[in-house]
Design a protein around this ligand. Structure first.
Ligand code: APR
Ligand code: PHB
Length: 399
C-alpha cells in the first residue's frame, strides 16, 4: 500500500473541503484533499448561490475576492410576495450595511480549485472506497488517524494528524462515528423544490420569495443573463412530469404580481427536484476527526444558509488548527464543536421559520394559509420583524 503523510487530511472537495484547504495553506499547514468525484463533476454541480456578508468578507480576506467583486451581484434587499404584491425588505438599511452577494457555488469552487492548483497541495480526484481510521477517538489502539482509498487500481493510505470530514451528507466521515458517541437530529419536510436554470435575463434586481395559494416559488439569478427559479412540489414528484411549459406556467402563476411583474422566460438549461430536510450531527468532532459543512448539518434551502454555515465551520476549524500547530494549544479545537452546533441550530431555526412561513402545508388547511398570510402581513409591516429577518438572512459575523 502506497503511504502518504500530511498534517490535515481533508475528505471532500466541495466548498467546505476546498475552503479549509485554502485557509490552512495560508497558515502554512499542509493538507491533502481526497475526493471521490471528478474535478469537472464538482465544478459543474448546480447548487446554492447566495453568499452572506461573512462569506463575502472571508473570500476577500483570503485572497479570493477579485472575481467575486467583479462578477458577484451584491443585493441590499429581498422581496417577499403574497396576495399579488411584492414587499421589499431593505436588509442593508436594517443591518448597518450588511448585504448578500449572489455568486454561484460553482464559481466559489472554481476560485478555490484555481487557488489550490497554484500551490503544491495535493488533491486526489476520482478515488474509490474511501475509509477513515480515527483510533484515538475511542481511546483504543495507538496509531494516528489515517484515510485509505483506491486510486488507479492501487490501494493508498494517507497518514495525518487530523481528519476533516468535509464529504457532505452522504459521505463516510460522519457514519464513522459510533452511535455511542454522537446524536443525530433530523426532520424531513412534506415537500421538495423543483429548481431550474434558464437563459433569461433576471426580471428583478433582487430575489423574490413568494407564497401563493398553489405553493411557494422563488425567483433568483446567477448573472445578467441567467435566472434561477424554484417552486414547491410534492416530495416524491418526478421531474419527467414537468415539461418546460408546465414549469413556466406554474412559476408565473405563483410569482406574478398585480402590477404585472413576472419572470422572463428562456431556454431551461438545467432542472432537478431536491428533497428538503433538516439535519444536525452533535458533536461535530470525534477525537481527531472534525466534521464541517453538509457532513455535519443540512438546512432547508429557504434561508440560503447551507454554503454559508459550511464556510463558518471551516473558518473556525482553520483558526483552531492554526492555534494548535502554532503553539500546541487545543482550547479552540475543544470548543469547535459546541460553537458549530450552536451556530447550526440558530441557522436551523431561521431556515425552519422561513420554510414554514412560505410553503403551503400538505393538508392545505385554510386556517394554516390564513395564519401564514397574517405572519407575512406582520413581517412586512413591522420594522422589528423585518430587522429580525434581515440580520439572519445577511448572516452574523463568522465565529
Ligand atoms: N470520499 C471522498 N469524497 C466524498 C465522499 C467520499 N466517501 N463522499 C462525498 N464526497 C465528496 C462529494 O463528491 C462532494 O464533492 O465530498 C464533497 C462534499 O461537498 P458538498 O456536498 O458540496 O458539501 P460541503 O462542501 O459541505 O458544502 C456545503 O455547499 O454543496 C452545497 O448544499 C451544500 O450548501 C451546502 C454547501
Ligand atoms: C439560489 O439562488 O440558488 C437560492 C437563493 C435563495 C435561496 C435558495 C437558493 O434561499
Amino acid at each position: 500500500m502506497d503511504l502518504e503523510h500530511t498534517q490535515v487530511g481533508i475528505v471532500g472537495a466541495g466548498p467546505a473541503g476546498l475552503m479549509l484547504g485554502h485557509l490552512l495553506h495560508l497558515h502554512g499547514i499542509d493538507t491533502v484533499v481526497i475526493e471521490d468525484r471528478s474535478q469537472d463533476y464538482v465544478v459543474d454541480r448546480v447548487r446554492a448561490g447566495v453568499l452572506e456578508q461573512g462569506t463575502v468578507d472571508l473570500m476577500r480576506e483570503c485572497g479570493l475576492g477579485d472575481r467575486l467583486a467583479r462578477e458577484g451581484l451584491r443585493h441590499d434587499g429581498i422581496y417577499i410576495a403574497f396576495r399579488g404584491a411584492r414587499h421589499r425588505i431593505d436588509m442593508a438599511a436594517l443591518t448597518g450595511g450588511r448585504t448578500i452577494t449572489v455568486y454561484g457555488q460553482n464559481e466559489v469552487v472554481k476560485d478555490l480549485i484555481a487557488a489550490r492548483q497554484a500551490t503544491a497541495c495535493a488533491t486526489h480526484w476520482d478515488v474509490d472506497d474511501v475509509a477513515v481510521s480515527n483510533p484515538e477517538a475511542g481511546g483504543t489502539a495507538a496509531g494516528g488517524p489515517s484515510i485509505s482509498f483506491t486510486q488507479a487500481g492501487r490501494r493508498r493510505m494517507l497518514r495525518c494528524d487530523f481528519i476533516a470530514g468535509c464529504d457532505g451528507f452522504h459521505g463516510v466521515c460522519r457514519p464513522s462515528i459510533p452511535p455511542s458517541r454522537r446524536t443525530f437530529y433530523e426532520r424531513t419536510y412534506p415537500f421538495a423544490w423543483l429548481g431550474i436554470l434558464a437563459e433569461a435575463a433576471p426580471a428583478s434586481e433582487e430575489l423574490v420569495y413568494s407564497l401563493h395559494d398553489r405553493g411557494f416559488a422563488l425567483f433568483s439569478m446567477r448573472s445578467p443573463t441567467v435566472t434561477r427559479l424554484y417552486l414547491q412540489c410534492p416530495p416524491d414528484d418526478d421531474i419527467a412530469a414537468w415539461s418546460d411549459d408546465r414549469i413556466w406556467s406554474e412559476l408565473k402563476t405563483r410569482l406574478r404580481t398585480a402590477d404585472g411583474w413576472e419572470p422572463y422566460e428562456g431556454a431551461i438549461t438545467q432542472k432537478s427536484i431536491t428533497p428538503m430536510r433538516s439535519f444536525v450531527a452533535d458533536p461535530m468532532r470525534d477525537g481527531r476527526l472534525f466534521l464541517a459543512g453538509d457532513a455535519a448539518h443540512i438546512v432547508p434551502p429557504t434561508g440560503a444558509k447551507g454554503l454559508n454555515l459550511a464556510m463558518a465551520d471551516v473558518w473556525r476549524l482553520s483558526q483552531a488548527l492554526a492555534e494548535f500547530y502554532r503553539g500546541g494549544r487545543t482550547d479552540a479545537l475543544d470548543a469547535y464543536s459546541a460553537r458549530g452546533v450552536r451556530r447550526t441550530w440558530l441557522a436551523q431555526r431561521f431556515s425552519w421559520w422561513m420554510t414554514s412561513m412560505l410553503h403551503r402545508s400538505e393538508s392545505r388547511n385554510p386556517f394554516d394559509h390564513e395564519r401564514q398570510l397574517a405572519e407575512l402581513d406582520y413581517l412586512v409591516s413591522s420594522q422589528a420583524a423585518m430587522t429580525s429577518l434581515a440580520e439572519n438572512y445577511v448572516g452574523t459575523p463568522l465565529a
